[in-house]
Ligand binder design. Structure first.
Ligand SMILES: Nc1nc2c(ncn2[C@@H]2O[C@H](COP(=O)(O)OP(=O)(O)OP(=O)(O)O)[C@@H](O)[C@H]2O)c(=O)[nH]1
Ligand SMILES: [Mg+2]
Length: 273
């Protein structure tokens, strides 16, 4: 997903308008990198417009429950926070209750704006609130282009929005936030190597478990994946670039799973990228 200046402005314009019209805003975060998928710009906007905000950490099925509880504790200092899995339909009841709770008074109809980074599961959450599949979802970042309003129940209207991302971020930062499609990368090998390096640090066995490879360095891991899958270029050289795209795609899709841990007093995570 490439975001030029005009589509960036356009996406923000839409989101701003929706937030202005909403009674409550759900900011959707991704369980493997909740802090990285937070948008402070979005949160500032919500607070300036005086709307209640709920943080919804989605894809909780990818991360151990204890870790989700830790994140919840971290974020609850600022906003009501819940974690759910739209895919497994876990946490939905609690989501309904939290929405009801934060809306002041006894509004007969409550309008909820669902906002956040691309690919975090905004449309999927709309679908579980609706109880059936209505909003289109996709593993492609930047899938939802238009604002769409749905009726989830007698008292609840939900509004799907396009994902918003910062204008200037490095490719690896966007990949870590699931906001870039592997097809759109200018340097898939370099970016995949950085991602693999982080994966090795956070979960040393993850590439062995996911790809059955023994190598211990990013470059070697990509070579071994290409070899195992028979990814060859004309002339018989290994297609490392294709191996890199596979790894990046798997990370974005949630087939390659490691997660960034919550900040802890002893072992704090430093982003070495
Ligand atoms: N593992 C897992 N995957 C999920 C979950 N929710 C959504 N997904 C997947 O994440 C991908 C993105 O979901 P969408 O609902 O399209 O995300 P979105 O935030 O609407 O994305 P944009 O419209 O691109 O901004 C899809 O492939 C979903 O199947 C979940 O709870 N767990
Ligand atoms: Mg969407």
């Amino acid at each position: 997903m490439s975001m030029d200046k005009s589509s960036f402005r356009e996406a923000w314009r839409k989101v701003r308008k929706i937030i202005r019209n909403a009674d409550v805003v759900l900011e959707v975060l991704e369980a493997r990198n909740p802090m990285g998928t937070r948008s402070l710009k979005l949160e500032k906007l919500v607070s300036r417009l005086g709307k209640p905000l709920i943080l919804v950490i989605n894809k909780a099925d990818l991360v151990p429950r204890e870790i989700m509880d830790e994140w919840k504790n971290v974020f609850e200092k600022e906003y009501p926070t819940i974690y759910i899995s739209a895919r497994k339909r876990l946490g939905t009841t609690f989501l309904w209750k939290t929405i009801r709770k934060v809306v002041p008074g006894n509004k007969p109809v409550v309008k909820v704006a669902v906002v956040g980074y691309p690919n975090v599961g905004k449309s999927s959450i709309i679908n579980i609130l609706k109880g059936r599949h209505s909003a289109s979802t996709s593993p492609k970042a930047g899938y939802t282009k238009h604002v769409q309003e749905y009726r989830a129940s007698r008292w609840l209207k939900v509004i799907d929005t396009p994902g918003v991302i910062p204008l200037r971020e490095s490719e690896v930062t966007l990949v870590l936030r699931f906001a870039l499609n592997p097809e759109d990368l200018s340097d898939p090998v370099g970016t995949a190597c950085k991602l693999i390096k982080l994966g090795l640090k956070l979960h040393p066995e993850v590439f062995k478990e996911t790809y059955k490879v023994q190598s211990k360095t990013p470059e070697e891991i990509l070579r071994e994946i290409a070899l195992k899958r028979g990814l060859l270029l004309k002339g018989g050289k290994l297609n490392i670039e294709e191996a890199a795209r596979i790894v990046l795609r798997d990370w974005i899709n949630g087939k390659l799973v490691f997660y960034i841990p919550p900040p802890r007093s002893k072992q704090s995570f430093s982003n070495t990228l």
